[in-house]
Every structure is written in C-alpha cells, then in structure tokens.
Design a protein around this ligand. Structure first.
Ligand code: 10D
Ligand code: SF4
Length: 321
C-alpha cells in the first residue's frame, strides 16, 4: 500500500452454522480411513464412485491409497470395495455378491431409508414418483429398487403433465439433497394432479440438507456476497448457492480458497460463508484465512440450529480402530 492509497475496508464475515460435513459424510470417509488404516493391510481398498462429491476428500483418500473406480468391473474378484455415501442399486449389490467382493457399504442411513420406502411403496402396488436429478448417483440407486414402478421427475411442470394408469395408487419420494422450497412446489403440483398422492412417512430431504439451506439463507439476508465451499457435482452444495441467489444475494460455489475472485469482493461489506455437506471444516478455515488477506475481517457466526446427529460405522468396519 502506498501512502496515498486508502487502507483496505474492514469487512464482516458471517459464518453460517451448521455448515460443512454432515453425519453421513463423516461416516463414509471414516469407513474408508478405517480400511486404509487396518493393521497388516496388504490389499488395495477400492471405492466405487467418489465416496462423497468433493474433490479434496477424494484426492486426500487417493493419496492415502484408496483406489477410486467408476464400476465394479474395475475391481478384482474377491477384493474389498466401498460403496459411496450416495448408495447403489440392488443390481450393483448383486454384481458384488456374484463376484464375491468384500463390500463395505458406506451408503448414508438416510439414503437407505429412502430405498426402503421405495421397496415398501412398490410392494403395495404404487407407482412411485421420484423427485430428483437425472443421472445423480443417489437417484440411480433409488430408481434401481423398483425400476418398473418408478418415474423420475424434477419440475412442477413435469408433475402437472404426468400420466399414471392407476391414479389412485401414487406415492412420491425425493432425493435427499434437493432444495426444500422447490421440492415443496413439485409436491404441490403432484398433489393437484393426483389428489390421492401418498407421502413418505417423514421428509426424504435430510436434516443436513435442510439445516444448511436455512443457515445459508440466514446469512444471505445480511450479506452482499455469499460463498459456498463445495464441488460442482455436489447437489446439496449447488442447492445452497441457489438458495442464496433466490434471496437476491450474489453467490458462488468454490472448491477452495483458490476459487475466490477478488472482483467479487469489491464494494462488499458483509460476506456470507458456508460449506456443503461434503466439504471439510478445514477448507472453511482456509477460506477465512484467505479472505483475511484482502483486508481486516471480523468473523461472526450465525447459528440457526445445532446438529447432534451421528451414525455408527458400517458393520464390517465397526470393530476396527
Ligand atoms: O451430490 P450430493 O449433495 O448428493 O452429495 P455430496 O457427496 O456432495 O454430499 C453428501 C450427500 C450424500 C451422500 C447424499 F445423501
Ligand atoms: Fe446423509 Fe443427508 Fe449427509 Fe446425504 S446429506 S450423507 S442424506 S446426512
């Protein structure tokens, strides 16, 4: 700074809480770590798909020896394979069993719950309308539970034009990481089309998704810019950016501190910061430090709820260190 330059303007950083890792993500990462750290391990630990949708998590585990594969055909017969937190279809489970793979299933229990609902609804003769994003791994897994009884939709328009032969037996399920407000609109449109529509017993959108959206909304109300840490393929993280946008606040998804564009900060007094369910708290610390290098920063936490959810490790790794 030269003597005639104005000192950098002090800024407030509003830290959304809850943010970053959810219980399902912690459980999935921990499962891979337990396998990697198993005493006397000589064989590789394979992971089908990204264990969670975060480039840093995947790169970190790969550095420690995890081998990420797209499909089971890349896993040698008899080897150990971890199923990602997003879940798998029964077809993938069957293939693993046929190949005698040692499976460690890191599917989040809250995704497993949606799979059970799909089986139950299909068994009672319903057509299931699954609300979710085509091609997402979680959706692929849930669809696989009852492929002949399930239709996938994403928007209220698709709901309004849906044709189902027996409209007295229709139920719906959702992906766990959708936007709460948008999903309510889709359900409303479905209910208008199918008045006898049956809902799942509880919300399929999980506690972590809901809490992170409410928290980011609260900081977006006061901020001139919102940053969400997460990877581009992370559904819940992308939804958080959209929630901030819908509040009228410019918002960006960044993988880490290197993604910050200094131009975004110009004229901004209050920055909102959060992280998706698959982004680590360590990345949040790094981003706060990086933002501090642009000028004085006062950090305030805005807590909208306190989470205390934890899940036991998958059975095969429960007793390991
Ligand atoms: O894309 P996404 O939000 O479903 O997954 P991500 O791995 O980013 O976050 C954890 C959420 C899971 C595993 C779905 F339940
Ligand atoms: Fe489980 Fe929700 Fe986390 Fe997905 S976002 S892993 S459903 S807790």
């Amino acid at each position: 700074m030269t003597p005639d330059q104005a000192p950098p303007k002090p800024r407030t950083l509003l830290l959304a809480s809850p943010r970053a890792f959810c219980a399902g993500v912690e459980r999935a990462i921990d499962a891979v770590e337990r396998l990697l750290d198993a005493p006397g391990r000589t064989e590789p630990v394979y992971v089908r798909k990204q264990i969670v949708h975060n480039t840093h998590v995947v790169a970190g585990l790969a550095r420690r020896g995890a081998v990420f594969v797209e499909e089971l055909d890349a896993v040698p017969d008899g080897a150990t394979v971890v199923f990602s937190a997003h879940g798998v279809s029964p077809q993938v489970r069957d293939e693993a069993a046929e190949r005698q793979l040692a499976v460690v299933d890191a599917t989040c229990p809250l995704v497993t719950k949606v799979h059970s609902e799909a089986r139950r609804f299909a068994a009672r003769g319903d057509t299931i309308v699954l609300i979710g994003h085509a091609g997402h791994e979680e959706v692929e897994g849930t669809l696989g539970e009852a492929p002949n009884s399930t239709v996938l939709i994403e928007t209220p328009e698709e709901a309004a034009s849906l044709e189902i032969a027996d409209d007295s037996r229709v139920s719906y399920l959702t992906q766990t990481t959708l936007a709460v407000d948008e999903t309510a609109d889709v359900v409303q449109a479905l209910r208008a089309r199918f008045p006898l529509l049956q809902a799942p017993p509880g919300d399929d959108i999980c506690y972590a998704t809901t809490n992170r959206q409410l928290a980011v909304e609260a900081v977006a109300e006061r901020a001139g810019l919102v940053l969400v840490i997460g990877s581009a393929n992370s559904s819940n993280s992308v939804r958080m950016v959209e929630v901030a946008h819908r509040r009228g606040t410019p918002a960006h998804l960044i993988d880490d501190a290197s993604g910050i564009d200094p131009a975004w900060l110009e004229g901004v007094d209050v920055i909102g910061l959060s992280a998706g369910a698959s982004a680590s708290p360590a990345l949040v610390t790094e981003v706060i430090e990086a933002l501090g290098r642009f000028g004085p920063l006062t950090v305030e936490e805005r807590i909208t709820t306190v989470e205390d959810v934890t899940f036991a490790p998958p059975a095969p790794v429960r007793t390991r260190p």
